[in-house]
Design a protein around this ligand. Structure first.
Ligand SMILES: C[S@@+](CC[C@H](N)C(=O)[O-])C[C@H]1O[C@@H](n2cnc3c(N)ncnc32)[C@H](O)[C@@H]1O
Length: 205
């Protein structure tokens, strides 16, 4: 049995309760590391997730088809559902999806969860176009940059918006350089969380 802790995150629309495993490192297993160097990053609440949830909470998303990539514990998805979005939270970890679904329920919002890896994105590409795509702290590995640059144009059309929150991880600079060919990118510091930027991407027409 994994021991959980619950944290209350203050957001503009009111507090969100997020439960997570007390000790993320205890979830490490050699077997899952051997499979694509899988690490239990989903089990922590990252500063970028708080920053993105804060940004999303300031928006009106009434009925907007919203997709979160690498949702982890699901905080931005919960904020988006509270703002009126129809939200699908995705991750390649089943444990993350279980935690995100439980957190959505804990906060009384509807969030659909869907297992999907960026390397095999058919389940989310089939359901395009998305009005809004959310991703927080997903640019921590070089391989993530290639996978996300390949998948994002397949998820939104020229009306769609992508919001990426990042704490200045080195691969994010490469992502932003390369994204500038196909996307208008506007970046600004989070108003809520120091040292986290929110990058807004729209497809160039
Ligand atoms: C650093 S955590 C961030 C979690 C959450 N977005 C947050 O900000 O708290 C990265 C997340 O991306 C997920 N992830 C990593 N690589 C992935 C991939 N190739 N496909 C789908 N999800 C992935 C991880 O399981 C994890 O939940």
């Amino acid at each position: 049995m994994i021991e959980a802790v619950c944290e209350s995150i203050p957001l503009p629309g009111g507090d969100v309760e997020v439960a997570r495993p007390r000790d993320a490192e205890s979830l490490l297993s050699e077997e899952s590391f051997d499979h694509e160097e899988f690490l239990p990053y989903w089990a922590e609440l990252w500063a970028s997730g708080v920053a993105l949830a804060h940004d999303v909470s300031m928006r009106s998303l009434r009925g907007k088809r919203t997709l979160e990539l690498g949702c982890g514990l699901g905080l931005p998805s919960i904020a988006a559902a509270r703002a009126g979005g129809r939200v699908v939270a995705t991750d390649w970890s089943r444990d993350a999806l279980r935690a995100a679904a439980a957190n959505a329920e804990r906060n009384g919002v509807a969030v659909e969860t869907l297992l999907c890896s960026w390397a095999a994105p058919a389940p989310i590409v089939e359901r395009r176009p998305w009005d809004l795509v959310l991703a927080s702290d997903v640019l921590y590995e070089r391989r993530n940059v290639d996978q996300l640059l390949a998948v994002l144009p397949r998820l939104v059309d020229e009306r769609g918006l992508v919001l990426v929150a990042d704490p200045g991880r080195p691969p994010a600079a490469d992502f932003l350089d390369r994204a500038a060919c196909d996307w208008h990118v506007v970046s600004r510091e989070s108003r809520r969380v120091p040292r986290v930027s929110i990058h807004r991407l729209r497809r160039r027409v």
